[in-house]
Design a protein around this ligand. Structure first.
Ligand SMILES: [Zn+2]
Length: 323
């Protein structure tokens, strides 16, 4: 199954997987993850086109909280008479399927939307949700990045600002809290991690937390140095998230299998630490980036974590940049 087209499709939690599908359509053959990533450079619009046809799968958790999987990052939904709260907005072109999935969870409108960070596969849907009346809440750096042209070097792509309807109207620096549908919802900023805008969203009574792209469940993560991300910040945020949860907590990752837990988050943190140490040793020995990739510092982890779009070589490069 590893590396098969079916495997890539089944991990549609990450938007770049759609590039594999799009590339398939364009070339008549499946690409390896590495090729798919290369194709992804400058092809964000292709990702959006592909998201337009991806199915949305609903996972019902507890205390009226569900996850919608299939439009970029994993989207959490809290339902109730105060209106729906969404954690992340997915990609705008998924709107018809997201609307259908939301309707199946109840007739209340979406009144609130929280962005875990600024990336388009989590915030592109802000525009239609904001226009439909949702109040958008985020860390202040998310608003900053969504308000101007934002270049992501590793995707070779310049993201344009969202229209005014998609810009968060309520921002905070460190912490924020909400009371909706009987739930106590805590928003916590983690400092520079995957970007410089990452927050976690905790539903206290349900013991559920959406940790955004601080956690990629079972796949190597992207780290966005263009907007303040780093490997050390990613490790620190994973550790802070671990310290805040119990073995009963349901953990929602930004990408990968959407219903997760503390043990899987710890496994992700341990992988980050081990790869960081291996790469740092090689860099300290004076090895170049290419020589470090050739030394395969991720080898012990590749069978599990390297079967997706951020392949071992690319992940090594991202870590090398930060040690
Ligand atoms: Zn992201």
């Amino acid at each position: 199954m590893k590396n098969s087209p079916k495997d890539l499709i089944s991990r549609r939690g990450f938007c770049l997987c759609c590039v594999g599908g799009a590339a398939f359509a364009a070339t008549g053959g499946w690409l390896t993850p590495r090729q798919a990533f290369a194709e992804a450079r400058g092809l964000v619009s292709v990702i959006k086109d592909s998201a337009a046809v991806s199915p949305i799968i609903t996972h019902r958790l507890r205390n009226n909280i569900s996850i919608l999987e299939g439009s970029g990052g994993n989207v959490a939904v809290l339902t109730g008479s105060d209106g729906k709260l969404l954690i992340d907005a997915g990609i705008g072109v998924s709107r018809p399927r997201v609307e259908k999935a939301l309707a199946e969870l109840g007739g209340d409108p979406v009144t609130h939307l929280v962005n875990t960070h600024w990336h388009f596969d989590h915030a592109d849907g802000n525009e239609w949700l904001g226009a439909a009346g949702a109040k958008i809440i985020a860390q202040e750096n998310t608003r900053k990045h969504l308000s101007g042209i934002q270049r992501v070097e590793d995707w070779d792509y310049n993201f344009l600002p969202l229209s005014s309807a998609g810009i968060p109207t309520e921002v905070f620096d460190k912490d924020h809290s909400l009371k909706l549908n009987g739930a106590t919802i805590g928003l916590k900023y983690h400092g520079p991690a995957h970007t410089d805008s990452d927050i976690t969203v905790t539903f206290a009574e349900a013991n559920v937390v959406h940790v955004g792209d601080i956690f990629w469940n079972g796949i190597y993560p992207f780290i966005d140095y263009s907007t303040g991300g780093s490997i050390d910040g990613s490790i620190a945020a994973a550790e802070a998230s671990l310290a805040a949860i119990t073995s009963d907590t349901i953990v929602i990752p930004g990408h990968g299998k959407p219903v997760s837990n503390k043990a899987e988050l710890k496994e992700f943190r341990d992988m980050l630490v081990a790869v960081r140490d291996n790469v740092a040793k090689l860099k300290q020995q004076g090895r170049s980036k290419d020589e470090t990739v050739a030394a395969k510092p991720t080898a012990a982890f590749d069978a599990k974590w390297g079967q997706f779009v951020i392949d071992p070589g690319f992940f090594t490069r991202l870590v090398y940049e930060g040690v």
